[in-house]
Structure formats: C-alpha cells, structure tokens
Design a protein around this ligand. Structure first.
Ligand code: GLN
Ligand code: ZN
Length: 781
C-alpha cells in the first residue's frame, strides 16, 4: 500500500492569542498602519502553515485565511463590489475591503449572515442584475506564492461558483442563476492563473451541495463543473456539514478530480461512496470532527478505513470533516483544565495530530502508532465511565417533564391585558436588547476578579457602578423598558457556562464569530444543573434604581446548546432540555423577585436548523419545546421577551410563533427589512420589535431612517403590538454613538406615537416626513 495522503480544509485564523483580532482593532482605531497589519497577518499565516506541515499534512490549504471573511475575499477576487461603494478601481483595496465589511459614515456594510449551521458569519455578496465579473484582488495569488516561498505545497481553497452565487443576493429583479454564465469564465481564468503558479490541486468548496437543491441549481452544478473540466488544475470538490443526499448521483458524475465527503455528519453515505469508487478520482473522507472538540475514536476509524484503503489505495485521502475554523486552535493553551477533562479533548492542532496518527497507521501499520492508539482508547473508556458525566437528580427531573410545564396559563390575547395593567407602557414601547458598551474598565474589573487580583466586594461595587450608569443613562433617554447592561458577562453563553454544572469554559478556546469577534464556546461534558440563582442579584439591584421596568436577561437553552461544544454521548435534544430546566428555575426566581419583564435570548435558534429539510421538523419541535419549558412557568402578567438576529428567520416563522413569547425583538435594519416583508404574508400574533438600527455599523442612523423603518413595520404589525428597538445588543458600540442613536430611536417612537394618537390635522406639518396618511388609515382600520 502507498503512503496515506492527508490534507486539511482550513485552519483557525485569529492566532493562538487572538493576535489577528488585536492587530485588526488597532488598525481600525487608527493606532497602526496597513503595513503593520499585513505583517501580523503574514506572521500568523506562516505559523498556521507550519503547524499543519509539522503535523504531516500533505496538502496545505491556502487562501482560507482572511482578514475578515472568506466570502468577502471571494467577492473582491471576483470583482463583486456593489456600485454603492463607489468605483473599486480607484480605491485602496484594504480600505474598500473594510468598508464593505464594516460600513462607514456614508454606506452601511454588506449584509452579514450565518454560514450554514455554524456561528460563523459571512458577508453576503451583492449582485447587480447586470453584474460583471473580473479578477480584481490578487490576495489569492499572493498567498499561494508566499506559501510556496515558505516551502509548502499549497492547495488553494475557493468557494465554488455555484455556492458563491447561491449564497449571494441579487439587488433588484431577475434570477441570479443567470449570472453563472458570466461567472464561470472568471473561475476558469483564476484556475488557469493558479496552474501557471505551479498549483496542482485546488479545493472548490461547494457546501450548498449539503442542502436540498431544486433542479435548476442541480443543473447549475452540472454546467459549472463541465465548463471547468478542462482547466489545468485538479479540482477537489468539497462539501461538508451534511451529506450529499439527493445530490449524490449528480456529484458522482461531475468531471472533477476529487470529491470530499463529511464522514462525521454523514458517516454511512461517505463510507458507501468508497464502494465502486471510479479509478480516476480521489475520495477525501472527512473523518476528524471539525465542528466539535472531542477526541476522535482512532481505533474505530482504522477498523473502518483499512478495508477502504485496501480497495482504493492512493485514491483515498483523509481530512477533517470541514474547515477547522470552527474549533479552537490549541489545547496546550489551556492552563486550568483538569487532566481528566483535558484527556477527552482535541482542538485544531490536536485534530491534525490525530489525522497524523491515522496517516502513519495506514501507511506503516498500526504497530507504528501503538502508543497513541492505546492512549486514545483509554481516554475514550475513561470518559464513558466517568462519574462526572451523569447526575441522577437531573435525569429524574427530565423524566418528570409534563406538557403543562411547557404551556403558559393563558393565550397571548389574555396575557397581554394582564401585562398592560402590570407594566403601563406607552404605545410603541422602546427598549434595547441587553448589553451596553463593554469598556476596558469593565473588562479589567472582571479580569481582576477572575484572577483573584480583587475581592468580591470591589468587583460587585464596580459592576454596580456600571449598572447604575446604564440605568441613569436609559432613564435620561426616556427608554421605556430598561436593561442592566450585562457588564458582568464576558459573553452571553460563556457566562452561563461558568455558572452551570456539567459545563466548563476554557481560557483560550477562541472561535471566530465574525471579523475580529471571537467567542469561547463552553464545553458541555455532563448533565447540566443549576447550583444556585445566576442573575437575580444584578437584576434586583438594577430594578432598585428606577421606577421603569428592568428586563431580566437570560440566554435561552437552544442558544446555550448551539453556542457550546455539546457532548456527543446523548441526543442534543436531551442536553437542551436539561439546560431548559436550569433556565426555567432562573426565570421563576426572577419573577418571584418582582421582575416583570424577562428576556430569554434565542439568537441561535435558526442556526441549529438541520440543513436537510427532512430533519428540520424534529429539530424545531424539541427546540421550541425547550424554550417553552424554560419560559412557561410564569404568571400571565409577567412579560416574556425573546430576541433573535443575523439569520434568515423567514422560513421558521411558524416555529417562532409556537415559542409563544409575548414580545420578540428581531434584527431587521441590517437586512433591509426583508424580515418585515415576510410578515406581510405571515401574521405574527404576538408583539414584535423589528430592529431600526443596524448596530454592527459605527454610523449614526438619521431619525428619518428610523421613522421610515417603523412606518414600514406599521404596514404589517398593528401599532399596539409594535416595539421599537435596535437590531441587537450594544456591547461593541461606543457611548457617543449609542447616545445619538438611542435619542433618535426614542424620538422616532415618539413621533409615530403622536401621529398615531393625534388626529392628522392637529399634528405639526414639518414635524416628520412620515406618510401620515398611511398611518392614520391604518389606525382607523
Ligand atoms: N442580550 C444580548 C446582548 O444584548 C443579545 C446578544 C445577541 O443577540 N447575540 O448582548
Ligand atoms: Zn442579537
């Protein structure tokens, strides 16, 4: 047998200590120049390549590194720059790149949305109906040359033409598939240019092949890859996060040199591919889980892979299931993990080592890695038997869940009357989503306490001072429902991960969420249990400072699950219900402390939706049940809010309705009110706050833009069920922008409120440019 080939699909970008984040934010603040940013990026890139080479990776992915996002890189490579950003040729590329990513004073950023079922966000390509393509950015070619110069054998990674089109949006009328014709020749040119650089293999990522595709899109694949068949490089077609499903037959026929299949998410399909595999193609099996942090079961894999290797020999390649972008970089960076837990885990670097062990075993025989295999086997056995994993009381509580526990006492129509009485809010109430700026002083106070450099009293006083600050500011702004600002939370999931048992958090387990933003997903290793109340002290304090209602602020069970690394020894639905019970206790505690409004955030609900339609119903069932289990234990008069953002919610509106929250606040401003459009066909029965301020952009939103958005909202939501709020939390914004934008937000609500309350004739004429006619007609309807 020949030597086993291993390759990698992508590697974490931010660097072991988030060096890229630091460099980017310095650059954006104006504290460093483009050259020093590029230098940091080069250093990180070189280290990543070296990590992979050291692990024995034969083909090293190149160009999956990005200063912000690889889809945005693709747009610049292909010259897809919306005319709203001005003439691309006359601008500095880096400046243009960041303008598209982050927006500036005259243009909002490109839309951002979640990358399949991950918490990674990509920037949505914006196509014009007459879109032309051309090779614009040289980044890809520069990186290939740099990798070659460093002595590596690079395998450039590009998003394939069909997925690129599929994931973009056409501005205006037309069918974006029509653009394929013009796009393919550019891909051809790119591949040709890569061949000219001596590149042998190119990985074209086509993760849309994991979705249910209609005939037109299937045909697009056929057309695209037939058109690219004569190019001078070998194409490895890569799909991940799900099996090929109904696209399998199509894929088998495509004239590509290799196909990658995710053997973790779709084990059986991937392994069956190897039977009758054609002699002229490579089959890359993704055997190491790129979406989780548990050690692979190497012995088991070897049992399965050995016969395949005998069968197709050098045509078999091994890889992680998907890019390792979605895992933290290095377990060795963890200093305070106990040895037992550590022995169960593998981060990106360790995953490549696992791949290296498989490579050696298949090339030289198992005996050459017997020590590693034994160690691996023992770790698995120890995890299975560990007493830290199971708790009898949690299992009992789970079995005792009844239907009644997941239903509010009365329907929204009745509850809302009780809430009006309890809260006395005006029409179009204003609120924010929860967080306020996480200043460096706040972060320092938290870090000092965490590392025992300050005592509890000092810490509590610092947090309370901050809570007081945000309450006073909100009171001064005349917001209607206040928040405590979440200063005590490093992250909305990690915070609860620290307080719940059965979960642990890491020191450096960073995973990129978008741009320079990273999160440290907690690890759920055992049954989840709430040892004591987690938020009541902070919320009680905030409420003691004001007459206005303060929202209790919690993260929902589905989001805690989704944004953690979840144990793989029981169904996710079980783990989710355990978390739901813990949150339910917290909701009930807040209520009994006199908190009248409680927000349970579920921004990750949509993200957990399985990619294949056939599996979606079951997921939505248990996800909605979990939310209800967490929130339905309160009285009618207690108002339950939920919040969601940065995903396409249009296709799960029914499930969102079933959650039966009294109020839902949603991201809307950033995605051009697309959400509102879907409410034209679907009438949401409870109250809703479509965001009027895109908080990802540093710009000041003019009042008129906010009134416009509200005006649009009033067309589909009756005034008595409409709330006014930003798209999302404000932790990444500065106070100056917040004050101006919230002033505008409150003013916008007031203007419309007056319009709705007063007779048209009595309203001042130049007070607003809102279409008063339309508003009055609706109120009288
Ligand atoms: N309450 C959270 C905040 O304001 C919600 C964040 C989110 O939706 N991602 O920060
Ligand atoms: Zn949000």
């Amino acid at each position: 047998m020949t030597k086993q080939v291993i390759h990698n699909l992508g590697y974490p970008r931010v660097g072991p200590q988030r060096e890229l984040k630091t460099a980017l934010e310095q650059f954006w603040r104006g504290d460093s120049d483009a050259q020093s940013l590029r230098q940091t990026a080069d250093t990180i890139r070189a280290a990543r390549w070296q990590d992979q080479a050291d692990a024995g990776v034969d083909l090293i992915p190149v160009n999956e590194f990005s200063l912000y996002d690889h889809m945005l890189d693709m747009s610049l490579l292909l010259g897809v720059v919306s005319p709203r950003f001005g003439d691309s040729a006359s601008q500095d590329e880096l400046t243009l790149f960041f303008r598209m990513a982050r927006g500036d004073t005259d243009q909002p950023a490109c839309e951002m949305t979640k990358w399949f079922d991950t918490n990674y966000h990509y920037l949505v390509p914006e196509f014009e109906p007459q879109q032309n393509f051309r090779i614009f950015s040289q980044k890809l070619f520069d990186e290939v040359k740099a990798a070659q110069a460093a002595g590596h054998s690079p395998k450039p990674v590009l998003v394939g033409p069909v997925s690129y089109l599929y994931l973009g949006k056409l501005r205006g009328e037309g069918d974006k598939l029509q653009l394929l014709e013009k796009l393919l020749p550019i891909y051809n040119d790119i591949l040709d240019k890569l061949a000219g650089l001596g590149v042998d293999w190119v990985q074209l990522d086509e993760p849309c092949l994991g979705l249910d595709l209609d005939r037109n899109w299937q045909q697009a694949y056929d057309k695209a890859y037939n058109m690219l068949a004569d190019c001078r490089v070998k194409i490895l077609l890569a799909n991940y996060f799900a099996g090929y499903g109904d696209n399998l037959e199509l894929v088998k026929q495509l004239p590509v040199s290799g196909v990658h299949a995710d053997a973790v998410r779709s084990h059986d399909e991937a392994l069956q591919l190897a039977e009758n595999w054609p002699e002229d193609k490579v089959l890359s099996l993704g055997v190491i889980d790129g979406r989780n942090i548990w050690r692979a079961n190497l012995g088991q894999w070897l049992d399965e892979l050995k016969p395949l290797k005998q069968e197709i020999d050098q045509q078999l390649w091994l890889a992680p299931s998907c890019s390792l972008l979605h895992t933290p970089i290095d377990l060795d960076n963890e200093t305070s993990l106990d040895d037992e837990l550590r022995s169960w885990l593998a981060f990106a670097k360790q995953k490549l080592n696992e791949l290296g062990v498989l490579k050696q075993a298949l090339s030289e025989g198992r005996r050459s890695v017997s020590f590693s295999l034994r160690d691996n086997m023992q770790a698995h056995a120890a995890r299975e038997a560990s007493e830290r994993v199971h708790r009898a009381d949690v299992i009992q509580r789970l079995q005792a869940i009844t239907n009644k526990m997941t239903q509010r006492q009365n329907a929204f129509s009745k509850r809302s009357l009780a809430q009006v009485k309890a809260l006395g809010l005006p029409l179009l109430p204003t609120t924010t989503i929860g967080s306020f700026p996480q200043t460096s002083a706040i972060r320092k106070a938290r870090a000092d306490f965490k590392h025992a450099r300050s005592n509890e009293t000092t810490y509590r006083e610092a947090m309370q001072a901050e809570i007081k600050n945000v309450i006073e500011r909100q009171d001064a702004l005349s917001l209607d429902v206040l928040v405590h600002g979440e200063p005590e939370r490093n992250d909305m999931v990690e915070y609860f991960g620290e307080l719940l048992e059965g979960m642990i958090t890491t020191q450096n387990g960073w995973v990129q969420s978008y741009g320079s933003r990273c999160v440290k997903p907690p690890i759920i290793f055992g049954d989840v249990h709430r040892p004591q109340a987690m938020t009541t002290n902070w919320i009680n304090y905030a409420q003691s400072l004001t007459q206005r209602p303060v929202k209790g602020m919690l993260t929902g069970p589905v989001t805690i699950l989704q944004w953690s690394f979840v144990r793989d020894d029981q169904p996710r639905s079980e783990t989710c219900k355990q978390i739901a019970l813990a949150i339910r206790d917290e909701v009930n505690d807040l209520e009994s402390n006199g908190i009248k409004v409680i927000q349970v955030d579920e921004p990750a609900l949509r993200e957990g939706l399985p990619l294949k339609q056939a599996e979606q119903g079951a997921y939505l069932d248990w996800a909605v049940q979990s939310f209800k289990l967490a929130t339905a234990g309160v009285e009618d008069s207690t108002q339950i809010h939920t919040h969601m953002c940065y995903a396409e919610f249009e296709d799960i509106l029914e499930a969102i309705t079933d959650m039966d929250a009294d109020v839902i606040t949603l991201e809307n401003a950033r995605s051009d009110s697309e959400l509102l459009q879907s409410f034209e066909d679907f009438s949401y029965p409870n109250a809703i706050g479509p965001g009027v301020w895109d908080i990802h952009s540093p710009r000041t939103v003019p009042l008129i833009e906010m009134t416009d958005l509200l005006e649009q909202a009033l067309k589909v939501v009756p005034a008595e069920r409409l709330w006014v709020n930003p798209d999302c939390g404000l932790k990444t914004r500065g106070w100056d922008e917040i004050e101006t934008n919230l002033e505008n937000l409150v003013a916008a609500a007031k203007q419309l409120r007056e319009l709705l309350m007063t007779d048209n004739s009595k309203t001042g004429t130049q007070a607003t440019q809102v279409d008063k006619q339309a508003v009055t007609i609706r109120i009288h309807k």
